[in-house]
Design a protein around this ligand. Structure first.
Ligand code: PGA
Ligand code: ZN
Length: 432
């Protein structure tokens, strides 16, 4: 039986924030099945592909009935009969059918769900787990996880300006061990927060609610949590921050509301460099706004030889922006979110462009997620080297970490943890 597409269906289901989202299902003539759920961001870049939402009163306007209707009316008829193994042709057909530069007509939420469902169906047809299908016989590494301890910014009522306070364990030796160390840090951070006052729960991605007097207070507590966990800050466990500075301003100026400060782009870059000098920081994402490449590049010029500087909203998983950023030495790593660009093929192109530059690459979840674990397979099968999922609670996050554990077990003696090898060369060498 062939790998031609027999049916494509969409449905409205619910994401981890209790908002509607799109699930797509693709069945092949062989009976193989693929299913995928679109995630959704809260701190989105202006250059991202755009979700199609119903608007109006119901569910805060977040309904996806129009996106689901487009799958039935237009996407299914266009894809039926195509070969699911021809991902590039499928994705080109989806882009052409949509006809807009940012997928606004059919919606990136409909398109990404279908694109990923096709990929899953092709792997199922090959009777392989997705990571192995993508690896295609190449030896691939298990990703270095980047795990949130405190969630702030747009994911926590802007209680801190910095969005993600995370940890990384590049020297853990195995993926399994990296999770164990992180579990210690997460619990130690919880105890410290409890001692400081009443806990008010967790933020959108499961990190502790950030009840801090300043952004630096959060960095101090995170460093203390690492030490209190029995591990060593800057030797076993490092800090990784997503500033998500796009949410704080642009080249005209940034507002650190918690610190009562208004900063120019240059001052913002200076503040971040200062943090890198004071704290055991190994990675910084979006230190300035999506189009303020001068300030992002200033951070990279100052500390990029020992700190990973990641472009998220700065690059929006767009290969052309990766090439331009590389020409200007703006960053040394790219965040890869399939829904930010809309199709598997375009996301892979952005990843390949980043890896070709010798950059780090981090396959990433969104703040609105689900039980879909595809990114565990993408980060491993594509050999991206790093994976960002959110925190160490909430099952839409744990499902991904747990899936990588299963992949690690399936690899058996062949399992290799990316660890420090996931970084661009100078950082790798600084860690050695
Ligand atoms: P988002 O946040 O999914 O809300 O955009 C994740 C990130 O900024 O990395
Ligand atoms: Zn980000």
């Amino acid at each position: 039986m062939t790998s031609r597409i027999l049916s494509v269906t969409g449905r409205q289901i619910w994401d981890s924030r209790g908002r509607p989202t799109v699930e797509a299902e693709v069945v092949l003539e062989s009976g193989a099945l693929g299913r995928a759920i679109a995630p959704a961001g809260a701190s989105r870049g202006a250059h991202e592909a755009i979700d199609l939402r119903d608007g109006g009163e119901a569910f805060g306007g977040f309904g996806v009935n129009r996106a689901v209707a487009g799958i039935a009316a237009e996407i299914a008829p266009a894809l039926i009969g195509m070969d699911a193994r021809e991902q590039a042709a499928i994705d080109a057909a989806l882009c052409e059918l949509d006809g807009t530069a940012n997928k606004a007509r059919l919606g990136a939420n409909a398109i990404v769900a279908v694109s990923l469902a096709v990929l899953h169906a092709a792997a199922d047809h090959a009777r392989e787990p997705l990571w192995r299908y993508l690896a295609g016989g190449r030896k691939v590494r298990l990703p270095l996880p980047e795990i949130q301890i405190f969630g702030g910014g747009a994911h926590a009522g802007r209680r801190t300006d910095v969005q993600d306070f995370m940890v990384m364990c590049p020297k853990a030796g195995t993926f399994r061990r990296a999770l164990e160390i992180t579990a210690d840090v997460y619990r130690a951070a919880g105890r410290l927060m409890e001692a400081r006052g009443p806990l008010s729960g967790v933020a959108d991605e499961g990190g502790w609610w950030p009840d801090f007097a300043s952004n630096e207070d959060a960095l101090d507590v995170l460093t203390k949590a690492i030490e209190a966990s029995g591990h060593r800050a800057g030797e076993d466990v490092w800090i990784s921050l997503d500033i998500a500075a796009n949410e704080l301003g642009d080249a005209a100026g940034y507002t650190l509301a918690l610190d009562d400060r208004r900063l120019s782009g240059g001052e913002m870059a200076g503040r971040i460099v200062e943090w890198c000098n004071r704290y055991p920081i190994l990675s910084i994402e979006d230190p300035a706004g999506q189009d303020d490449w001068d300030s992002v590049g200033a951070v990279t010029a100052a500390v990029g030889n020992r700190v990973q500087i990641i472009g998220d909203d700065v690059l929006v998983t767009n290969a052309a922006r990766v090439e331009r950023a590389a020409a200007g030495n703006v960053v040394n790593a790219a965040l890869i979110k399939v829904n930010q660009v809309g199709t598997v093929t375009e996301a892979k192109a952005a990843l390949d462009a980043a890896l070709a530059q010798g950059w780090g690459a981090i396959v990433s979840a969104r703040s609105g997620e689900s039980e879909d674990v595809a990114i565990a397979h993408l980060s491993t099968g594509w050999d991206a080297g790093q994976l960002k999922v959110g925190s160490f609670t909430r099952s839409e996050r744990m499902a991904k970490w747990n899936e990588v554990l299963r992949i690690e077990e399936a690899m058996g003696a062949d399992a290799v943890y990316a660890g420090a090898s996931a970084f661009a060369a100078p950082i790798r060498e600084a860690l050695a």
